[in-house]
Design a protein around this ligand. Structure first.
Ligand code: ADP
Length: 300
């Protein structure tokens, strides 16, 4: 097994020195909340060229409990970043930071800097609803609205005024369903209820709903965990197609799924980002002992 030293150990990497706003944020809680702990630099390559997301020193607290500890990582354009790690290690919490979904959780506090295409997502002028259109989310359990298939997909474009007229809205609905790989199955029943579809179809409908508002990034929180193996394979194929257009960040409890769908993998442990790098490298040649223990089944 590789025993190379941990990349970046003891010194900040180039991107954290590259002019990003590293000043303590106004939202930082009192220093009493910050645990006294040694900085644990992440093994591997945390940065990418021309990232869509650049996250620096991100911490998340639920009350006094710290769930994410000084995480710095980039998300690349048109590629899939998989987040893996034992249950409770903070994967979903970190995912929710990327479209400020933690804002909706009472007692949750996020600190650090998260830049979306160079813009601070916590800036005063940044509207969370607009942000969530740019950074869409697909959840573990498919959650179509109790509306028709058409209205599910048209909901976002209507709310954001994306269609000039009904013809333009039809076009968005059709294209979104096509990109989500659902059009052929539903084109003759667009006005039937979305909740009447199978689980896998409902999840693809939720993906179509997300795509319909022209996001730049799609976040997926264990999107296949409620699906059977065939529906799972369908979603995994779809993820591979979607990355031609969008950046995707996926939380998965399945290492096999991470290996199949992602180009980069991030391994979390107790709120720390232990290692991140190209998926093939992380799975075949992990640099950190904790990553190695996890992927070889000695932990979790
Ligand atoms: P994972 O997705 O890796 O299973 P989570 O992000 O769900 O981990 O949870 C990370 C930690 O934060 C866990 O200890 C969990 O109990 C805690 N946590 C998650 N959500 C909340 C919440 N809404 N309130 C308080 N603690 C939470």
């Amino acid at each position: 097994m590789n025993t190379a030293r941990i990349v970046g150990e003891g010194k900040p990497d180039a991107a954290t020195e590259g002019g990003l706003n590293l000043k303590p944020s106004a939202r930082r809680p009192s220093s009493a909340l910050l645990e006294e702990r040694p900085v644990s630099p992440t093994a591997g390559q945390t940065t990418v060229d021309d990232p869509i997301f650049a996250c620096r020193d991100v911490n998340v607290f639920y009350g006094e409990k710290q769930a994410i500890k000084n995480v710095s990582v980039d998300v690349g354009r048109k590629q899939v970043l998989a987040m893996i790690g034992p249950s409770g290690c903070g994967k979903s919490t970190f995912l929710r930071c990327l479209n400020r979904m933690n804002d909706t959780i009472p007692g949750a506090c996020v600190t650090g800097t998260i830049l979306l295409d160079g813009q601070d997502i916590h800036a005063k002028h940044q509207d969370a609803v607009q942000l969530r259109a740019r950074v869409g989310m697909v959840f573990q359990k498919p959650n179509p609205f109790p509306k028709s298939i058409y209205d599910n997909v048209a909901y976002g474009p209507r709310a954001h005024g994306l269609a000039r007229n009904s013809g333009a809205l039809d076009e968005i609905v059709c294209t979104s369903l096509q990109r989500a790989g659902l059009w052929e199955e539903v084109k003759d029943r667009l006005h039937r209820t979305g909740t009447g579809l199978s689980g896998g179809q409902q999840q693809r409908l939720c993906i179509a709903r997300t795509i319909a508002v022209q996001p730049e990034v799609i976040l997926m929180d264990e999107p296949c965990s409620a699906l059977d193996p065939i529906a799972t394979a369908r979603i995994e194929d779809l993820i591979d197609e979607l990355r031609q257009r969008y950046a995707i960040v996926i939380v998965t409890h399945s290492m096999q799924q991470a290996a199949r769908v992602s180009q980069r993998t991030a391994y979390f442990h107790l709120g720390d980002l232990i290692e991140v790098g190209e998926t093939d490298r992380v799975f075949t040649n992990p640099r950190h002992k904790l990553t190695e223990d996890y992927i070889t089944g000695r932990f979790g």
